[in-house]
Design a protein around this ligand. Structure first.
Ligand code: NAP
Length: 252
């Protein structure tokens, strides 16, 4: 028996990058997946096809996680198609560069809207659905080590992830009596479009590698494997936790 057989998961921002890695890792364990992105994208249909080839099932739902009506529709489409929602992975995110002295108000708001308000909205409507079902659930937030330690030049991003890390603990307490666990994963440097320009710049790449003791950057599968672990029935006593998956960055 596959370890997530019979489960239904929404993975936000799963047409590429870490979200795609999580969606595929879930599908390999028999989980049905709602693939999401904020715009119509061929990548998303490719992920749906890949999941079907793995013997599981998936649909693609377009929703901007920072828009309440679109988030409500995301949950509705999930329940219409698969009858329930067991797991929500709040993965969708953007990285807006800028230190406090250069960042505009508009950029700050855009960063917070997607990375923090998006997590709030998706969690709100997912938890309401899970409580209605009465069988518990799993919320997994993809935060960042930038929510634990500072990174120069990305102040709004760090603040948004610090918010996700703390929101995780608070929602875990609110949801404990319902059997809904709420945890975060804090990735280090993972090879995706988000880190592409950093990894193409040799001095930056060298600095990032020097700070990653295991001697390699992470892959989306590394985060997918951690998400599977938190999604398992056997992980029901783990809640309010921030699972660092960073190749040792924050252990130094
Ligand atoms: P990515 O490759 O840039 O992918 C971001 C994903 O989020 C895309 O699927 C994107 O969809 C989606 N997205 C963006 N805005 C959205 C919105 N408003 N509504 C719905 N979906 C939206 O980034 P990634 O590296 O995979 O990052 C995924 C998560 O991991 C983020 O929360 C990021 O902060 C976190 N993280 C990444 C790293 C890293 O090193 N890569 C480290 C720590 C934490 P579109 O394709 O439609 O734009």
């Amino acid at each position: 028996m596959k370890r997530l057989e019979g489960k239904v998961a929404i993975v936000t921002g799963s047409n590429r990058g870490i979200g795609r890695g999580i969606a595929i890792a879930f599908a390999k364990e028999g989980c049905k997946v709602i693939v999401n992105s904020h715009k119509d994208s061929k990548d998303a249909y490719d992920v749906v096809d890949e999941i079907k080839k793995l013997g599981s099932d998936a649909i693609f739902v377009v929703a901007d996680v920072s828009k309440e009506s679109e988030v409500k529709n995301l949950i509705k489409k999930t329940v219409d198609k698969f009858g329930k929602l067991d797991i929500l992975v709040n993965n969708a995110g953007i990285l807006v560069s800028g230190s406090v002295t250069t960042l505009t108000e508009k950029d700050w708001d855009r960063q917070m809207d997607v990375n923090l308000k998006g997590v709030f909205l998706c969690t709100k409507y997912a938890v309401q659905q899970m409580i209605k079902q009465g069988k518990g659930g799993r919320i997994i937030n993809i935060s960042s080590i930038a929510g634990l330690v500072g990174f120069p030049g990305i102040s709004a991003y760090c603040a948004s992830k610090g918010g996700v890390t703390e929101l995780t603990r608070e929602v875990a307490l609110d949801c404990a009596i319902y059997g809904i666990t709420v945890n975060a994963i804090d990735p280090g440097v993972i090879v995706t479009d988000m880190t592409k320009s950093m990894l193409e710049d040799e001095p930056t790449k060298k600095m990032l590698m020097e700070n990653t003791p295991v001697g390699r950057f992470g892959q989306p599968e590394d985060i997918g494997n951690a998400a599977v672990f938190l999604a398992l029935d056997e992980s029901s006593f783990i809640t309010g936790h921030n699972l660092v998956v960073d190749g040792g960055w924050t252990a130094r």
